[in-house]
Write a protein that binds this ligand. Structure first.
Ligand SMILES: [Cu+2]
Length: 511
């Protein structure tokens, strides 16, 4: 049976209900129209100074302007789509008062950040009810990697509709690849990639029922903006996919990208490629050197078939090459040190299996055969703090594995990144592995695509922080419909969770 997109519309029985939105309380949409140069107005960026940053985020319904048309049912931070950009330094104290003026509970996740998962920090078990607020107080460690991160709500099971409405923003940590001496005089640009879709009534589609070919893609909140480069000029571009489920395969025709940063962390070995696949949640920073002749070309979504969604080829941004020729920049291949835990002892090996099914007409998504909503504390793996583990994540989402159709899943884990050391094909019917590739990692990731009938093997160190957090598929519909698990980082005495962490009785509080 083919699972049609229409099946997904009748899922409001899970408590998803944005039908009764309160009146518009914010109308500060600032989306520019086509053909305008990219710019970030000052009030869209909050920057730390003197070791701290305090800001207010108001999550509220708002009106935004997309390509000249106004849409009243956006769900925004401070009336912006995407939300304001936050810029901090390692060692900073980041304080955010988040007010919830939406009709659903919400909270905040600092995607990719290596900070505590407890209390008022990157604690996804916080629930801020409608009309409530919460004071986040995030202590960014002094040795935190510099690079591009992002923030978005993480309140299960309604992450998808909130991010569809616009609740997501960039979070930049100073330093990292951007601080390489060779890049001192290199022009740097920061981009968010996101999706927008409209219902027949012209409202924003908050449930993703619009097929990929009818969606629009926003670069820094703009449709088809323009950037300029001088002939031969090298620029440093940092991209974050802050969309809901789109896979972007980035390509600039006749150009290559030299990757210097992945998921917020400077790679230790640069690499060159003519396209970059970015599943939801993914970030890359790369150098691109413009062609020598003046002209205009399209920076492309080259297209990707994820299995359920086939993302068509489409231009994302215009690149205009003009002006005085510039000297290009070259970097050494090695720009950092690999982490010592990569070759150290492995404390524990685990295997996670992703799968899906349709039950009573409803698509459900599982890890190890379990839905997030049905987890008990007995299902929560315990991990020793500062130990290195090796995990295999394999994808049974295909007819071979009993699923209705093949589908990729982007695996994401909170608090600590990982390095992929092996990948290959896996047959869920016979449990046979084939096309095994040993990978020499060039950098770390926090989000990695796991193809249908494929697997990845990675190493990760559960460094510094005890407490509970989650791993999940970053296609938000899949996360909202079950594909998320909890892990518990404990100290030698087996103690981990503290105040504000998920408790046994609270596991099912949202049901
Ligand atoms: Cu998924």
């Amino acid at each position: 049976m083919a699972l049609s997109r229409r099946n997904f519309i009748g899922l409001t029985g899970l408590g998803i209900g944005l039908t009764a939105l309160p009146p518009v309380v914010s109308s500060a949409g600032i989306l520019d129209n086509t053909e305008k140069p990219i710019r970030m107005p000052k009030d869209r960026i909050f920057r730390s100074s003197g070791g701290k940053l305090s800001l207010n985020l108001i999550a509220a319904p708002g009106t935004v302007n997309v390509a000249g048309a106004r849409h009243a049912n956006a769900q925004t931070y401070n009336g912006r789509l995407p939300g304001p950009m936050i810029v901090v330094s390692p060692g900073d104290r980041l304080r955010i008062n988040l007010q919830n003026q939406t009709t659903l509970p919400t909270n905040l996740h600092y995607h990719g950040m290596h900070v505590s998962p407890k209390g008022h920090q990157d604690n996804v078990f916080v629930q801020i009810p409608t009309g409530g607020d919460f004071d986040y107080d995030v202590r960014i460690p002094k040795d935190h990697p510099g690079g591009l991160y992002w923030y978005h709500p993480h309140w299960h099971p309604n992450v998808g509709p909130q991010v569809w409405g616009g609740m997501a923003g960039l979070l930049m940590v100073r330093g990292g690849a951007a601080a390489l001496p060779e890049l001192k005089n290199v022009r740097r640009r920061v981009f968010s990639l996101g999706q927008v879709a409209f219902t027949p009534d012209g409202e924003l589609d908050l449930y993703g029922t619009t097929p990929p070919e009818d969606q629009a893609h926003l670069v820094n909140g703009q449709i088809m903006p323009e950037v300029s480069m001088r002939p031969g000029e090298t620029q440093f571009w940092q991209f974050a996919n802050i969309g809901v489920n789109a896979y972007y395969r980035l390509k600039l025709p006749n150009h290559t990208f030299t990757v210097v940063e992945e998921d917020g962390i400077k790679v230790w070995q640069t690499w060159e490629t003519d396209s970059l696949l970015m599943p939801p949640g993914k970030r890359y920073g790369f150098l691109v050197t413009a062609q020598q002749r003046a002209g205009s070309l399209n920076f492309m979504q080259a297209g990707y078939n994820q299995g359920f969604d086939d993302w068509p080829k489409t231009p994302l941004m215009r690149v205009r090459v003009k002006g005085e020729p510039a000297k290009s920049v070259t970097l050494p291949e090695g720009i950092g040190d690999k982490p010592s835990w990569l070759s150290g002892p492995v404390k524990r090996r685990r295997v996670l299996t992703l799968s899906q099914n349709v039950v009573d007409g409803q698509p459900l998504f599982y890890i190890d055969g379990m839905l997030y909503d049905n987890l008990t504390m007995a299902d929560v793996p315990r991990v020793l703090v500062n130990s290195t583990e090796e995990w295999v994540v394999r994808n049974a989402s295909s007819p071979l594995g009993g699923s209705p159709h093949p589908e990729d899943h982007p695996f994401h884990i909170h608090i600590n990144g990982f390095a992929v050391v092996e990948r290959g094909d896996w047959n869920p019917a016979t449990n046979q592995v084939s096309n095994r590739q040993i990978i020499v990692p060039r950098g770390e990731a926090d989000t990695e695509n796991v193809p249908s009938n494929g697997y990845i093997k990675f190493r990760t160190k559960f460094a510094d922080y005890v407490g509970r957090s989650v791993y999940h598929c970053h296609i938000l519909f899949h996360e909202d419909h079950g594909m998320m698990g909890v892990f518990d980082v404990v100290n030698e005495d087996g103690i981990g969770p503290g105040p504000g962490q998920l408790l046994d009785s609270e596991l099912h509080q949202h049901n």
